[in-house]
Design a protein around this ligand. Structure first.
Ligand SMILES: Cc1cc2nc3c(=O)[nH]c(=O)nc-3n(C[C@H](O)[C@H](O)[C@H](O)COP(=O)(O)OP(=O)(O)OC[C@H]3O[C@@H](n4cnc5c(N)ncnc54)[C@H](O)[C@@H]3O)c2cc1C
Length: 354
């Protein structure tokens, strides 16, 4: 099985969620006894460290698909459909690249329209899930979102375990189809480099997209995060209703900056308009996997916890010792965050070399 893995970037590096997706994809490549190949697919220009990471994670080839600016999920799905159509026996109207095929040698030996199964894998991020949902609609192939494991159980059959209900339930499923589309849970698969690096040979190809494919298109900005994204930050300082106001976030932002992290918030905070939805942690926000989550004035509702359960360590600050976040945290500080955070800031400033 040849596996195409969609790559998302975080600044000048491969996003952590994509490294996890590459790890799962690598295990699937060739596991059905057919031709093996791990092919990374990107829609951005690739800074040098990205190529090195893709090689370290075992990518044999890298397709750099041009012609789509910004985030355009249907157009990017069309580009992926074109790759799949060129590699496999998939009939997709309008999906072919100009010329109808990939350059000679662009696919691993043995891969091609020979009846072998192929898979397209992406990170289970908002973008990854949306693009693969479009790809499923374009190709008619089945898609399984937020997979934790996936293994080929023979030609055309993939056994998988995937998260349902925001990660509260694990479902065992079997995909029985010529080719399959999978996204990888962002908090459940550890990113592991390959035992031997791949060649990561870069092929530049142009996507054949129509105007209607580009009807939905966004150009992203990441203002105010200092470069680190909420999904990949190693430290997240979370604020909930207990922060009290939009202005009340200033000490949390100062603390996050001192710890090299970013601020995340609960849904109450976004509903109040204190901070934008892009900062929300949870079932309907971002899933985070930091080393440290400092949850301040957050009760720890199940929908919030669904987004932060992947944190390695949780420290909660809350006036209510029985709040769910306090009972689930590794360390709980019972107190008013308006007193505790200034004390923490003072301690950190006192420790800093003058
Ligand atoms: C379908 C659905 C999806 C949802 N998705 C999400 C989601 O993605 N993310 C999300 O966060 N929520 C989500 N929610 C909402 C969720 O159920 C909760 O309502 C929300 O998380 C509560 O936010 P909170 O903890 O900030 O507020 P509250 O539950 O009101 O908790 C505030 C906490 O602050 C403490 N506190 C108050 N003052 C202080 C102080 N001075 N110092 C210290 N502690 C203090 C209180 O003791 C309390 O524990 C969703 C709900 C639904 C129905």
């Amino acid at each position: 099985m040849t596996v195409f893995c969609l790559i998302e970037l975080d600044g000048a590096e491969v996003a952590d969620a994509s490294l996890r997706a590459l790890t799962l994809a690598r295990g699937l490549a060739g596991a059905d006894g057919g031709p093996a190949g791990l092919v990374a697919v990107a829609f951005d220009t690739l800074p040098a460290p990205v190529g090195a990471s893709l090689a370290a994670y075992g990518a044999d080839d890298v397709y750099l698909v041009s012609g789509i600016e910004g985030y355009a999920p249907q157009a990017q799905a069309r580009g992926l459909a074109g790759l799949l159509a060129s590699a496999a026996d998939v009939s997709v109207a309008g999906a072919f690249l100009p010329g109808g095929a990939l350059p000679d040698g662009a696919l691993p030996d043995g891969a091609g329209p020979d009846g072998a199964g192929h898979a397209v894998v992406a990170a289970g991020t908002d973008h990854g899930n949306e693009i693969l949902a479009h790809l499923g609609a374009i190709t008619g192939l089945p898609m399984a979102a937020n997979c934790v494991t996936a293994s080929a159980a023979g030609a055309g059959t993939v056994d998988l375990v995937r998260q349902r209900w925001a990660g509260l339930l694990l479902e065992e499923a079997v995909l029985d189809a010529p080719h399959v589309l999978l996204t990888v849970a962002t908090d459940a698969v550890a990113a592991e480099p390959a035992p031997a690096p791949g060649a990561a040979v870069v092929h530049e190809v142009a996507a054949a997209v129509t105007e209607s494919d580009l009807a939905v298109r966004a150009v992203e900005t990441s203002a105010g995060t200092g470069g680190a994204s909420l999904a990949t930050a190693r430290v997240v300082v979370g604020g909930g209703r207990g922060v009290g106001s939009a202005d009340g976030f200033a000490p949390l932002e100062e603390l996050a900056a001192l710890l090299g992290g970013v601020v995340g918030v609960s849904r109450v905070v976004t509903s109040e308009g204190w901070r934008p939805h892009s900062m929300q942690v949870g079932q309907t926000g971002t899933k985070i996997t930091p080393d440290l989550y400092l949850a301040c004035g957050i009760s720890g509702a199940i929908q919030h916890f669904a987004g932060c359960a992947g944190a390695r360590h949780i420290i909660a600050i809350n006036t209510d010792p029985s709040a769910p976040m306090m009972t689930r945290a590794d360390y709980a500080i019972i107190g008013d965050l308006h007193e505790v955070i200034p004390a923490l800031l003072k301690a950190l400033h006192d420790r800093a070399p003058s």
